[in-house]
Design a binder for this molecule. Structure first.
Ligand SMILES: Cc1cc2nc3c(=O)[nH]c(=O)nc-3n(C[C@H](O)[C@H](O)[C@H](O)COP(=O)(O)O)c2cc1C
Length: 148
């Protein structure tokens, strides 16, 4: 059964990474992925099988450390994860961002991992490299093995 990858993408980087990851998975012949893009217009999604979440970070003010966190644009994904059924099946978070943001790098993904008590299994910058695609694929594969 294909594994759902829930994600949101404002400027297209996450979308691009997910496309590459899905294509790579097809070449590996082990697990297949079904990407599901979430936006503010997406109705509630109820997952009934293990799935993963990909989230970039967008902070607008606040550094996430000592003067608050003002997350913008990714709330639609958080709202889907707050649906109790989905928390039962969420297996891991993959965070993306830009290391220029230093301590704020992938902060939203780190906050999701804490809020939903799931592991942050991998991270990558921007659209990711082919090495990132392979690394994230392996992290997902390993997580799926763990729950067998
Ligand atoms: C306004 C703005 C704020 C951002 N804040 C952060 C941040 O706090 N931490 C981080 O790691 N990346 C930050 N980024 C980088 C994005 O997370 C990164 O570009 C990501 O790849 C965007 O994904 P998307 O194109 O799928 O929307 C920010 C980007 C923008 C435009």
């Amino acid at each position: 059964m294909p594994i759902h990858l829930l994600y949101t993408s404002i400027s297209g980087n996450t979308h691009s990474f997910i496309e590459k990851l899905t294509a790579y998975a097809e070449t590996q012949g082990r697990v297949t992925f079904t990407p599901i893009e979430v936006s503010d217009a997406t109705p509630d999604i109820i997952e009934d099988a293990p799935f993963f979440v990909f989230v970039p970070t967008y902070l607008d003010g606040g550094n996430g450390i000592d003067n608050g966190v003002f997350e913008i644009l990714t709330d639609c994904l958080r709202e889907q994860l707050e649906i109790p059924e989905n928390q039962q099946h969420l297996l891991g978070i993959i965070g993306s961002g830009n290391k220029n943001f230093n301590a704020q790098y992938i902060l939203t993904a780190r906050r999701y991992a804490l809020q939903f008590n799931v592991p942050l299994i991998a991270n990558y910058e921007l659209r990711g490299t082919p090495t990132d695609v392979e690394r994230v694929y392996n992290a997902i594969q390993q997580r799926l093995e763990e729950i067998k």
